[in-house]
Write a protein of this length. Structure first.
Length: 543
């Protein structure tokens, strides 16, 4: 199950906010970046990607430098911003510190020390210690951009799971603190205004300014935190996507996060399982076969290279087995029954950084990829999947099945490019399972036989369409032999005879023998295995 349903919801419903979260180090930032890129390209929506993770990685993912103001990574419809929670929180705390300083400058009695300044000091310390307050404040700071109506979709790259869970419960905790401080400040300001009568003095003016500033800060905090809470719990406009890998710790943490999301009424729609070893890994049976080959040995293979191959295959096969176990465990969780689907993403051979790689990775996330997007960035997800050479069109191969004797040109090899543009002869039958055939070439004075896929060979000369007599008569004897086999030439050019000879090596050898020495024809008359060819040839001869 891919993310197709998410894109459909964006097109048909009023989705506005997408939160991407999960355990650290599982590809959360890469996933959120790819999702934002996918929506911007596929849905043609204006997207803002916001990072509230203290360990910012969006700049690394796109290989661009972002700040706390939206900027484009040179991708249509996409802006990115990295909000620094620690920096934003420090600025907020400095506001409270300045207010306390202003009040301290106006103190005239010990009563003041036990009054508002003390309460503000207590609130300041309490506020800075709330788990999740930094990320909530960072989200609040992005409210202006979120409410600007400049963007259709906001994608949040959140902090690791522990931060996210604290964030979910934080609006309730913070609201209690704000309510408490509001009751403190209301009581204290009324007390000071009635008993102290500072309204007409310069100190009174400072206190009134401080009062208004505190009231505005509290009002803004309350409003923004409520907006964050409403954003998270909006069942119609918000979706939470959990990212994990198929390992015990990550799967267990995913289960806890899904529970917390449900408990806090946050709609989780998908789980992305990243870095899966795909079906190209060897099965247990295939691995045993390869290990047997390495144990017995073969002179045709480099033994050191074969040993390394076995080791690499053991790792991928073992990893695949582990991942299948925990992927099955994830799918059995009750918490997963409430989500729309699990998106399984392959372990990639490439590093997913830069916009081109992110676009390719994004394409792995959906099944029904439009043709226009397929052409934009072809996938290169693993050995055995699509690569550049496969994208090369080989018109000849569409209508041609390789057979022995065909002359071909080699092209499109990446790792063995030294063989490109060389001509060779097909000497081995096509293996339908691997789509490979043996091609004999001469390279640096040595005859080599390569096992090449049909995508890497181009037909130059078709053996079946060549006049058989030109193939089997040695050049040195061509003149004398051809003069004596004029009737035989016509016979050997007959399509049925050519097909029959080509189907049986013994028939071909006999024909070559007779053409070299016509008197040898007699010895084949008594051979029962030759009767099909002789009978067909006799029926074709015209006397």
């Amino acid at each position: 199950m891919a993310l197709d349903s998410l894109l459909q919801s964006i097109q048909t419903r009023n989705l506005k906010f997408i939160f991407v979260g999960g355990k650290g180090g599982v590809g959360k930032t890469t996933s959120s970046s790819a999702i934002a890129t996918l929506i911007a390209n596929h849905c043609n929506k204006r997207v803002l990607l916001v990072s509230t993770d203290p360990a910012h990685s969006l700049s690394d993912a796109f290989r661009c430098q972002f700040s706390n103001e939206p900027s484009s990574p040179d991708i249509k419809n996409l802006d990115v911003m990295e909000v620094n929670p620690a920096e934003i929180m420090e600025k907020e705390l400095q506001k409270w510190a300045r207010l306390m300083k202003d009040l301290e400058d106006t103190q005239q009695s010990a009563e003041d020390h036990d009054g508002m300044v003390h309460k503000l000091q207590t609130f300041h310390e309490w506020l800075s210690g709330i788990p999740g307050i930094d990320e909530a404040t960072a989200l609040s700071s992005a409210i202006t951009h979120i409410e600007s109506n400049k963007y259709d979709i906001i994608v949040f790259d959140t902090a690791p799971t522990g931060h996210t869970i604290k964030l979910l419960g934080m609006p309730h905790v913070l609201q209690k603190g704000l309510d408490k401080l509001q009751s403190w400040q209301s009581t204290l300001w009324n007390y000071w205004e009635v008993l102290k009568g500072f309204t007409g003095s310069s100190n009174g003016k400072k206190r009134m300014d401080a009062k208004e500033s505190i009231a505005k800060l509290l009002s803004d905090y309350k409003a923004n935190i409520e907006k964050v809470a409403c954003m998270l719990t909006d069942q119609n406009r918000t979706r939470f996507i959990v990212v994990c890998i198929a390992e015990y710790l990550s799967i267990s943490e995913t289960q806890r996060l899904l529970n917390e999301l449900k408990r806090n009424k946050v709609k989780a729609s998908h789980v992305i399982v990243n870095q899966l070893v795909v079906e190209n890994a060897l099965s247990t049976t295939e691995l045993e076969e390869l290990e047997g080959l390495a144990e017995v040995g073969t002179l045709q293979l480099n033994q050191r290279l074969l040993a390394k191959t076995v080791h690499a295959c053991r790792l991928t096969t073992a990893r695949k087995g582990i991942q299948e176990k925990y992927l099955s465990m994830l799918k059995s969780f009750e918490e997963v029954e409430d989500i729309e689907g699990i998106c399984e993403l392959p372990l990639l051979a490439e590093e997913v950084t830069g916009k081109e790689a992110l676009v390719r990775f994004a394409h792995c996330m959906i099944e029904n990829l439009p043709d226009v997007l397929k052409e934009a960035a072809p996938l290169n997800v693993n050995a055995g999947s699509l690569n550049k050479s496969e994208a090369v069109s080989n018109n000849a191969s569409k209508h041609w099945s390789p057979c022995r004797g065909d002359t071909v040109r080699i092209f499109g090899l990446e790792k063995s490019s030294q063989y490109n543009d060389l001509e060779g002869t097909i000497v081995g039958a096509l293996d339908p399972e691997t789509n490979r055939c043996g091609v004999q070439i001469e390279y640096q004075g040595t005859v080599k036989t390569l096992a090449l896929q049909t995508k890497n060979i181009e037909l130059l000369h078709n053996a079946k369409k060549t006049k058989l007599i030109d193939d089997i008569i040695p050049p040195a004897a061509a003149t004398s032999v051809k003069q004596n086999v004029s009737k035989t030439r016509d016979l050997l050019n007959d399509p049925e005879i050519v097909s029959l000879i080509d189907s049986n090596p013994k028939f071909r050898a006999a024909v070559e023998d007779v053409l070299k020495n016509p008197m040898n024809f007699v010895k084949y008359l008594a051979d029962p295995e030759m009767s099909p060819l002789i009978s067909k040839a006799m029926s074709k001869l015209k006397f």
